[in-house]
Design a protein around this ligand. Structure first.
Ligand code: NAP
Ligand code: MG
Length: 482
């Protein structure tokens, strides 16, 4: 039977905490699972276990570590159906999306498992000797993850950290901790040494703050809001430790008048509505040439209004938002848009057939004021703002005009314009005539300015989860540094 508890998981075994938190099923608003309320003492215990386990894990070498990561990828694959159903209910997403999350999580463990023994460094010739560079693990790494893609985002940071020889401590979001403990248990089952992969669920202000302020943590990776990111950065300064911050965005698509509107409308829809808009790089704004503005709005309205909304386990197009808090946040932004006088093209209400749970219709605003809050602030839900532009220069200026720089796209059939605009869009990832193919595990990803810093994904993450060390050797009588 599926285990619907997320206990503390330290040193390869689970332990009951001092207290439990109810985990709410967002399709009903009712408790359906129990999550440990980890404390600072639990974090101390996890740090002790990870510190003890890390040297032997490092000494195992990249090839052996890589094999274990690939075994964990296999185990995630073998348990895909069960884990996806847990995730669908816990996070409130259609099963097909949760399956994609589990497959992507497995892909991260496989990618870093296969890559790590091919990630080697340089020999630098010197007069009278040579230098060698090497990548060494930070030691014990802390990982704080959000609720939107629980299993996928844990894999995104934990897989490269483990691959490089770090021992990890993960604090998942309190709303969605089940898949994190599930994955750590699988790691033990496939042969990871005890203490290498620890999970301490709990509240952000308790377990999260204890982890981010702990002097025994050598690197911290945080994925979540800008506000909490700042707290993590302050805490890291106090203990003098490097960190990676993956924060939010207000990512635009810039659509020119030479596109095939009917062809791209479904892609623009999915670019926002995958996971109900609760995606850090969701395309939450469209800037469209005034010449095709009306046509695009009609096409998007048709795309949005045909979607079926149902509890995640019923596996329709869209499910609920993750929590009451998130539902209220998104609903309040819809009210802000109305109060600002922006026109609702479609959506804006709770679906009539769903009277419990945290469901909202996908919503499009036709935005006439580029300074409006709904066009500039991160909503993190199924709310799209569409604004028109006069020319290329204005489009780029508005696209770059929010404090965030996570992702952006340009849609045009003119190849010069495509590269010209892509070159001027300020973002960590830029897409040309696509959005969703940017989700591959091999593409470096991360923000600029308020969207954070450091890079996840791709080979770049192996560098992020290690420190560069240079060794200099003198060779008496050597020739050409040899
Ligand atoms: P959040 O409140 O920042 O929470 C993220 C994580 O931080 C959770 O595990 C949370 O624990 C923990 N936390 C909260 N307060 C803490 C503290 N004082 N010290 C240490 N940890 C603490 O974010 P959210 O509201 O859950 O998620 C939505 C936000 O995340 C959005 O802004 C979105 O853009 C961003 N996000 C970014 C990415 C990316 O890759 N760039 C991906 C996903 C989400 P609790 O669960 O107990 O609160
Ligand atoms: Mg939170």
């Amino acid at each position: 039977m599926t285990d619907l508890t997320a206990p503390i998981y330290i040193n390869g075994s689970q332990r009951d905490p001092g207290g439990w938190i109810d985990s709410i099923d967002p399709a009903t608003g009712k408790a359906f699972a129990k999550v440990a309320r980890g404390t600072a003492a639990d974090i101390d215990a996890a740090v002790a276990a990870a510190s003890a386990a890390q040297p032997a894990w490092d000494a195992l070498g990249p090839a052996r570590r890589g094999e274990l990561l690939q075994k964990l990828a296999d185990a995630l694959g073998a348990n895909e159906a069960e884990l996806a159903r847990i995730e669908a209910q816990d996070a409130g997403k259609p099963v097909f999306e949760a399956v994609d999350d589990v497959q992507t999580a497995a892909a991260y463990f496989r990618f870093y498992g296969e890559a790590v023994d091919k990630f080697y460094n340089d020999k630098i010739p010197l007069e009278g000797g040579f230098g060698l560079t090497d990548r060494i693990p930070h030691g014990v790494t802390g990982h704080i993850t959000p609720w939107n893609y629980p299993v996928m985002l844990l894999a995104r940071t934990v897989a490269p950290a483990l691959a490089m020889g770090n021992a990890v401590i993960l604090k998942p979001a309190e709303e969605t901790s089940l898949s994190s403990v599930y994955t750590a248990r699988l790691a033990t089952q496939v042969g990871f040494p005890d203490g290498v992969f620890n999970v301490v669920p709990g509240l952000g202000e308790e377990a999260g703050a204890a982890l981010s302020g702990h002097p025994g943590i050598d690197h911290i990776s945080f994925t979540g809001s800008r506000e909490v990111g700042k707290l993590i950065m302050h805490a890291s300064a106090d203990v003098m430790r490097p960190l990676t911050l993956e924060l939010g965005g207000k990512s635009p698509s810039v659509v020119f008048d030479d596109v095939d509107v009917e062809l791209i409308a479904p892609k623009l829809r999915t670019a926002l509505l995958w996971n109900n808009g609760q995606t850090c790089n969701a395309q939450s704004r469209i800037l469209v040439s005034k010449k095709v503005h009306g046509h695009l709005l009609e096409a998007l309205e048709a795309e949005f209004s045909k979607l079926e909304i149902a509890p995640g386990l019923e596996d329709k197009d869209l499910a609920s938002l993750v929590s009451k808090q998130q539902y209220e946040r998104v609903a309040s932004y819809i009210e802000i848009g109305r109060a600002e006088g922006q026109r609702i093209v479609t959506g804006g209400r709770r679906p009539k057939h769903l009277d419990q749970g945290y469901f909202l219709e996908p919503t499009i605003f036709d935005v006439t004021d580029p300074g409006s809050r709904i066009a500039n602030e991160e909503i993190f839900g199924p709310v799209l703002s569409v604004a028109r532009f006069e020319d290329e220069e204005q489009a780029i200026r508005v696209a770059n005009g929010t404090p965030f720089d996570l992702a952006a796209a340009v849609w045009t059939q003119d190849i010069d314009r495509a590269f010209r605009v892509a070159g001027q869009l300020r973002a960590g990832q830029v897409y040309v005539n696509n959005w969703s193919i940017g989700t591959g595990v091999n593409l470096p990803f991360g923000g600029i300015r308020n969207s954070g810093f450091g890079r996840e994904k791709g080979i770049a993450a192996l560098a992020e989860y290690s420190a560069l060390k240079t060794t200099v050797v003198r060779v008496t009588g050597g020739v050409g540094g040899r």
